[in-house]
Design a protein around this ligand. Structure first.
Ligand code: GDP
Ligand code: ZN
Length: 350
C-alpha cells in the first residue's frame, strides 16, 4: 500500500480527477520506463503497465508518452495496470535524443521538484558543465541545488563552494561528503515528504552513494524482477522512482545519467543572470557582446565566462538547427529536384 501524498499527489492533480474516477480509473505515478512497458505505483501497490491502444493512437509526439515521475489515470487489473490518461506535468526534464539523426526532445523525468547538480571537488569539478546543467534544470521548471561532492578529498572546500556560487547565480550550494557526513543534513532537507528529487552529474561523482544515504538501508538498484505482462510475455523492469522512508521521492533513471543539453534561450539567460543584467546597460539594445563599442558585458564580465556564454549560445543554435533537420532535409530534397530540373533544361539547351 502506498500513501500517494508521500509521492507528491496533491489537490492540483486531484482537481478534475473526478471525471476519471467516474470511469473507474485511479491515480498512479510512473515508477519505471523500459522498452517493453512501464511500472506504475497506485494506492494498492506497484504494477507493470502499458498504455491503452487509444492512448498510443492519440499520442502524437514522443513527449506525450508517459515518463518516469508522470501522474496518470490508470485502470488496475489482476496483476497489471493500464495507463489511460497523462495528467498535466508541472515540470519536465528533457534531453535531446538522436533518432535517425534527427534530434528530438525526450522527457527523461517528469514532475521533479528539485534537481541536485553534483560535481565533485576533484578532477570532475567543472564550472562550464555546471552552467550547462543549470540551463537544463531551469528549463525543466524544477529547482536546482548544487552539491560539491567528496568534500573530504580536498583540504579547503571553501574556494570550490565560492566558485560554484559565483557560477550558479542565486542557487543554493552545499559542500557534501558521504564519508565525513558534511552537508548531508542540508542535502536531505531539500527532499521533504511529497517532494521529488533527482541527481544529475557525471559518473563517479557520488550520486548513488548520496541516493543510498536518502534511502537508508534500502538498496537503490533493486534487483530486476521478471514478471509477466498482460499478454503472458516476460518483461524485465527495474524501479526508477523510490519512495523514501520518511516520504518524498528520488528518481534515478538511465536517461538522467546521460542528460545533455536541450535548452532554450530562456534557460540560458537565467544561468547567466548577471550577463543579462549588464546587457541592459550596453549602448546598443541588440548588442551581441562581441565587438560593439559601449558594451557593458565585455567590460563587466571576465573573458572566460563570456566565452562560455558565447559557446553555449552557439550550442543552442546548433541544437535548434538539428531539431529543424527534418525541415531542412525537406528543403534540400526540394532544392535537389529543382536543380536537377534546371540541369535538364540546360542540357537540352546546349
Ligand atoms: P555515481 O557514479 O555518481 O553514482 O558515484 P558513486 O556513488 O558510485 O561513487 C563513486 C565512487 O566515489 C565510489 O567509489 C564511492 O565510494 C566514492 N565516493 C562517494 N562519495 C564519496 C565521498 O563523499 N568521499 C569520497 N572520498 N569518496 C566518495
Ligand atoms: Zn554588449
Amino acid at each position: 500500500m502506498f500513501d500517494l501524498k508521500d509521492l507528491g499527489w496533491n489537490d492540483r492533480y486531484a482537481f478534475g480527477f473526478e471525471e476519471f474516477a467516474r470511469d473507474g480509473l485511479v491515480p498512479g505515478r510512473v515508477s519505471a520506463q523500459e522498452r517493453e512497458g512501464y511500472r506504475v505505483i497506485v494506492e494498492a501497490g506497484e504494477y507493470p503497465a502499458t498504455v491503452t491502444g487509444r492512448y498510443h493512437h492519440e499520442a502524437r509526439h514522443s513527449e506525450s508518452m508517459p515518463a518516469v515521475g508522470d501522474w496518470v489515470a490508470a485502470s488496475v487489473h489482476d496483476d497489471f495496470a493500464r495507463i489511460h490518461v497523462l495528467l498535466a506535468r508541472r515540470t519536465a526534464l528533457r534531453r535531446k535524443v538522436s533518432n535517425d539523426r534527427v534530434f528530438a526532445p525526450q522527457v527523461v523525468a517528469a514532475n521533479i521538484d528539485v534537481v541536485f547538480l553534483a560535481t565533485s571537488a576533484n578532477r570532475d569539478f567543472n564550472l562550464r558543465r555546471l552552467e550547462r546543467l543549470l540551463t537544463l534544470v531551469w528549463e525543466s521548471g524544477a529547482e536546482p541545488v548544487v552539491l560539491v561532492t567528496k568534500a573530504d578529498l580536498v583540504d579547503d572546500i571553501a574556494p570550490y563552494v565560492a566558485q560554484a556560487e559565483e557560477t550558479a547565480y542565486g542557487v543554493p550550494v552545499h559542500a557534501v561528503s558521504a564519508h565525513s557526513g558534511l552537508g548531508l543534513a542540508e542535502f536531505r532537507a531539500h527532499v521533504e515528504p511529497g517532494r521529488t528529487a533527482a541527481l544529475v552529474g557525471t559518473s563517479g561523482v557520488g550520486k548513488s552513494t548520496l541516493t543510498n544515504h536518502l534511502l537508508g538501508t534500502r538498496r537503490m538498484r533493486v534487483q530486476s524482477q521478471r514478471e509477466s505482462d498482460d499478454r503472458g510475455r516476460h518483461t524485465t523492469t527495474t524501479r526508477e522512482l523510490f519512495v523514501l522512508p520518511d516520504g518524498g521521492c528520488i528518481v534515478d533513471t538511465p536517461g538522467l545519467r546521460t542528460v545533455s543539453l536541450w535548452a532554450s534561450d530562456e534557460g540560458l539567460e537565467s544561468t547567466f543572470g548577471e550577463i543579462e543584467e549588464l546587457a541592459a546597460r550596453c549602448r546598443f539594445s541588440d548588442c551581441t557582446h562581441k565587438q560593439e563599442p559601449g558594451c557593458a558585458v565585455r567590460e563587466g564580465v571576465d573573458e572566460e565566462r563570456l566565452a562560455s556564454y558565447h559557446k553555449l549560445q552557439r550550442e543552442l543554435a546548433f541544437t535548434e538547427q538539428k531539431a529543424d533537420k527534418r525541415e531542412a532535409a525537406k528543403a534540400k530534397r526540394k532544392w535537389k529536384t529543382f536543380s536537377k530540373a534546371v540541369r535538364r533544361t540546360k542540357n537540352r539547351n546546349t
